[in-house]
Structures are given as C-alpha cells and as structure tokens.
Design a protein around this ligand. Structure first.
Ligand SMILES: [Zn+2]
Length: 420
C-alpha cells in the first residue's frame, strides 16, 4: 500500500459557503475536544459550491489556516476538495490535503469485460459464504453476484484509481488523505457490495481512509433523516463490520472509516451511530455543509435591524424562484409548498418568529422544515448580494459566531460522541 497522510479517528467536515465562519466552526472542535470528544476539523467545499459562489479553492485553505492560527489549534486539520473528478481536481491540488474522489457518475457503466473477469478470478474469497466478524449470518455471495457488482462498480473504482494517481503524482502520496464517494447515486450500496468495492479499491492500491457510500433513507438538506432508523442502524453496523474485515483482508489503511455525507443535521441517526462506533471502536468522518450557512441567516435574523432585513430579502427572493432553486436538489429536499409562508407574511415577522421557523429545534412547534430547506438551497441569493452580505456578516459577527459554534457543538458533536 502506498504511503498516506493519516487522518484522526474522528473528524468533522465543515462547509462554509461564504468563508467567514472558520473560527466559529473551529471553536466547536475546541469545545468538543475539551470534553474528550476530539474531532479533527476538515473544511470542505465542493467544486459546485465554489462555482456557485465564485470562489477559488485556495480561499478555503486561507480560511482554515487563519482560523487555526487565531485559535492556536495544535492538532491536525485538513482542507477537503469535496466531490472532485479528474476534470475538476487541478485547481484543488495545491491548497487541499484531503480529496473526495467522486465516482458516482461511473457507477453502472460497465468496465472492460476482461477486467471484470480478472477481478472475479482474482477474488475467489468473495464468492460463497463469507464470514465477517460481527455480522450474524455469513454473507452469501454467489460468483454471479460478485460479477454483477463488479460490472456495476469496477469502472468507478478504476476511475478512482486514475484520479488518485493524478493527485499522488502532483502532491506526493504521503501528503494527502483519500476519500472515495459514491453517495450521489440512485440506490444505496449494501454491505456485501461495500466489501466487493473495498476489495477493488485495494486492488487499485488506493490508500483509502474514508469511504462515503450511499446509505438507505433520505438525506435531505439541512433537516433530519427520513427513513427507517432501525434499518439504517443495521446497515451502519454491518458497514463497520465490513470495513474492519476489509482492512485486515486487503491491507487497507487501519484508519479507514466511513464518511457520512449527511446533508447536515441527521439528528435521529446520531445515537445509533454513536453506539455502533463505540461497539466497534471505530472512527467516523461526518460531513456537513449547509448547516453553517443557515446559522449565518439565523444570526442575521437574530441581530434584528438590517440583519433581519437581509434575511427577509433572501427569503422573498427565494420564494420568487422556488422551482428554479429546488430543481437541482430534487433528490435531497422535500419541501411542502403549502407550508411556505408568503413573503408578505415573513416580511412582518420579528427576529424571534424568523429564527423559530428556521432554527433546527424539532421541539419548537414553530420550526418549519419547508422554510428551512428552501433557505438551505437559496445560498446563491446571498452570493448575489456580494459585498452587502459580507458586510452584514462582519457587522454581526459575534451573534452569528455564537449560533455557528453552538449548532455544531451542541446539536452535532456532542450527540455523536458523548453519552447523554
Ligand atoms: Zn456527498
């Protein structure tokens, strides 16, 4: 196996669309670490987000470095080129040390028949009854099934190998963390599929440290998990078992762990995750992004005056463009348009009414998930406001920072790692 930059056991992916909340985000890691829940911060921003907002990947590195310096953070931290592909990775090479190689587009496209046959021949151990410690029944995988899975995923894995080697050549293999993501696809990968995929990734000699499968259920943007929590729990446990097994069997890095592209705020699965991680002694990478942008809006609304004004303007504009803003996110939002208050009503709201509707407090009867999801996908409106938006972020920095830190610390990090 190639060399690699090791990742900490628990790491927290934080997106910050507008690049102003690095310190407030890192503060959450400081507080969690003080309680014994050490999260290594990873700042992530996808190519798509950079394009929407008009930023360069180097700005994320600058933000991370500045936050670390300001807070005197002594542990490691990373900058994630999130969801890159061969055609988009180059501008991320210098400033990033964590690469999320997105191969979802190649899933389902067949690899060369000879490659599929060679893979199946090379891995007779995958066919038949495969006993995986901590999975009650041995996995029962026929040779035909191995072949089916190889046909579905081998090309994606080969793509990951190409992109990995491209990055390794530019940066040196010891200088970065490799994640492979398969979450942005139609169907979840089952634990047996994950095992076969890991065998194939090991064949590509990718020193994989995090893998982001698609899990069962809906991971809507900025709101809670929608699906069968019990089923998720079973799948998550089985995935952890498969990963521990694959590390041994295929010599993958011992630090290999799941990366959960959560779409932020999947509170109802945090407890089953915490229990499973504890049971396996496993680490995890949890990726969030839009939750911080929504805290910015909450902070602005809470500030009142011109802050509340700008938050209302963003909502009013979003309401005029509901269909346009929602279309690209159709598979990751569930907005009930009947529950969206008209802009004319929201314009009359107090700070409290706005923040009650937006803040992700499921116990608050005024919390409105449709309102929250619409604002989640409307960050382009803030980007359009440009300097005026940034000036508001600066002016109301303290109140926004408090919301950003408290959200990550109280609602995410604590439930993920600390027993109640
Ligand atoms: Zn993702």
């Amino acid at each position: 196996m190639s060399k690699y930059l090791p990742i900490g056991k628990f790491s927290f992916g934080m997106g910050d669309r507008f690049g102003h909340q690095g310190k407030a985000q890192l503060q959450a890691c400081v507080m969690a670490t003080q309680l014994g829940a050490e999260f290594i911060p990873v700042w992530n921003k996808s190519n798509r987000e950079h394009s929407f907002i008009g930023t360069e990947p180097s700005s994320l590195r600058a933000e991370a470095d500045a936050a670390v310096k300001a807070l005197g953070w002594k542990k490691s931290y990373h900058v994630d080129a999130d969801h890159i592909r061969l055609e988009t990775v180059d501008r991320f090479l210098a400033p990033s040390d964590f690469f999320t190689i997105d191969v979802a587009d190649s899933i389902g496209k067949p690899a060369a028949a000879a490659d599929v046959k060679a893979f199946v021949d090379r891995h007779p151990e995958l066919a038949g009854k495969v006993s995986v410690p901590h999975i009650a029944q041995p996995l029962d995988i026929s040779r035909a099934e191995v072949e089916r899975v190889a046909n579905k995923f081998l090309l994606a894995v080969q793509d990951a190998g190409k992109i990995y080697r491209h990055i390794a050549q530019a940066k040196g293999e010891a200088n970065f963390i490799t994640e492979v993501s398969m979450d942005e696809t139609d169907s979840p990968q089952t634990p047996p599929e994950l095992l076969i995929i890991l065998a194939a990734l090991a064949d590509e000699k990718i020193p994989l440290q995090t893998i982001a499968p698609k899990f069962t259920g809906r991971f809507n943007k900025g709101v809670d998990y929608v699906g069968d929590v019990k089923q998720f729990e079973q799948e998550f446990n089985d995935d952890l078992a498969v990963i521990a097994f694959a590390i041994q069997k295929y010599g993958l890095p011992p630090s290999l762990k799941l990366s959960v592209h959560s779409g932020s705020d999947k509170f109802s699965i945090y407890e089953p995750m915490r229990k499973a991680l504890k049971k396996f002694g496993a680490g995890v990478h949890i990726k969030t992004a839009g939750t911080t942008w929504l805290e910015e809006l909450i902070g602005l609304a809470e500030a009142g005056g011109d802050g509340l004004e700008i938050a209302k303007e963003i909502y009013a504009y979003a309401m005029e463009h509901v269909d346009e803003f929602c279309a690209p996110y159709a598979s990751v939002i569930d907005i009930d348009k009947k529950k969206l208050p008209p802009a004319s009503v929201v314009n009359g709201w107090s700070s409290k009414q706005f923040t009650d509707a937006l803040r992700h407090d499921q116990k608050n009867p005024a919390f409105n998930p449709s309102f929250r999801q619409l604002l989640h996908v409307s960050f382009k409106v803030a980007a359009k406001k440009g300097e005026r938006y940034y000036a508001a972020l600066k002016k109301h920095e303290a109140i926004i920072a408090k919301n950003v830190t408290e959200n990550l610390f109280e609602r995410h990090m604590k439930p993920l790692l600390l027993d109640k």
